[in-house]
Design a protein around this ligand. Structure first.
Ligand code: GTP
Ligand code: MG
Length: 261
């Protein structure tokens, strides 16, 4: 029997961006989302590295969910080709909806893990930090964030302009949404694990890239831990960050400002 790509892809949820409660006591420990757009050059390596790493601590007790926005380089198809070698892998291809934050939420919606995580697929987030994030979740906290701005953290080769933009974005956040932004040293991180119970049944509505801000603002997040990591340079593929992401960030901050109690 042969399978078509459509049989192998996981269906894309529609409607509200709400994460359901845990359904089964046999759920895996972790559902980790890899949002992708033109990451064909990285996808095989990141899946291999993550599976090797996670198998050492939670052997097959996790799922990796690639959520691809119909990349012109067919990242989703390349990911599907890896399925026979990686039983923990699941692949979603979105054609109707776009954007990093909603990709993460759609992935979490189909994920069945008790813990929900996200990591970039371009190997800029050092995979081994995931083990520290997982370990700190064992202490019962709600959110574990890989942070560039705590001990052990940093950025590798960012020029002054990029550092300025990143810090400027954080300052802007402090002005517009202080009660959320002050809770984290690195509120712009895109590498973290959150407990499902802290965000289940809450309607999320992010704009753009910064899913951590949405989770911290709307979730039932009490205890947070931040673990240092160094944001690596891209080795392959191209960045998707443009001015559009800065504008969307601003829109997102204002949207939260006017919708939070
Ligand atoms: N599904 C989906 N994934 C995206 C989208 N935009 C970016 N991504 C993925 O999100 C991750 C982060 O995007 P990058 O463009 O690398 O952003 P960045 O790491 O903050 O910035 P750089 O340092 O410039 O690479 C990567 O895995 C991208 O492939 C999108 O619109 N949809
Ligand atoms: Mg990147």
């Amino acid at each position: 029997m042969t399978f078509s790509a459509a049989d192998l892809l996981i269906p894309v949820p529609s409607g509200s961006l709400t994460i359901p409660h845990l359904e089964s006591p046999d759920s895996p420990r972790l559902s980790l989302i890899l949002p992708t757009y033109n990451e064909g050059e990285n996808i095989q390596k990141i899946i291999m590295v993550l599976c090797q790493l996670l198998d050492t601590v939670i052997y097959q007790d996790y799922e990796l969910i690639v959520v691809d926005d119909d990349s012109p380089d067919y990242t989703w198809k390349l990911a599907l080709e890896l399925l026979p070698d990686y039983p923990q892998l699941r692949v979603m291809r979105r054609t109707q909806e776009k954007g990093l934050s909603t990709a993460v939420l759609r992935g979490w919606q189909v994920g069945t893990g008790e813990l929900l995580g996200v990591i970039d697929a371009d190997l800029q987030h050092p995979p081994d930090v995931l083990l520290k994030l997982l370990e700190s979740m064992n202490s019962g906290i709600d959110l574990a964030v890989a942070s560039r701005h705590v001990e052990g953290g940093g950025v590798s080769e960012w020029n002054l302009w990029r550092r300025f933009l990143s810090r400027g974005a954080q300052m802007l956040g402090l002005l517009i949404l202080p009660e959320v932004i002050t809770r984290l040293d690195d509120p712009l991180s895109g590498y973290f694990i959150v407990r499902r119970s802290a965000i289940a049944e809450i309607a999320m509505s992010p704009i753009g890239y910064k899913i951590l801000i949405e989770v911290t603002a709307r979730g039932r997040i009490e205890q947070i831990a931040e673990l240092g990591y160094v944001f690596e340079e891209r080795q392959a593929g191209a960045s998707k960050v443009t001015w559009k992401q800065y504008l969307e960030y601003l829109q997102h901050l204002f949207k939260l400002r006017f919708s939070l109690p």
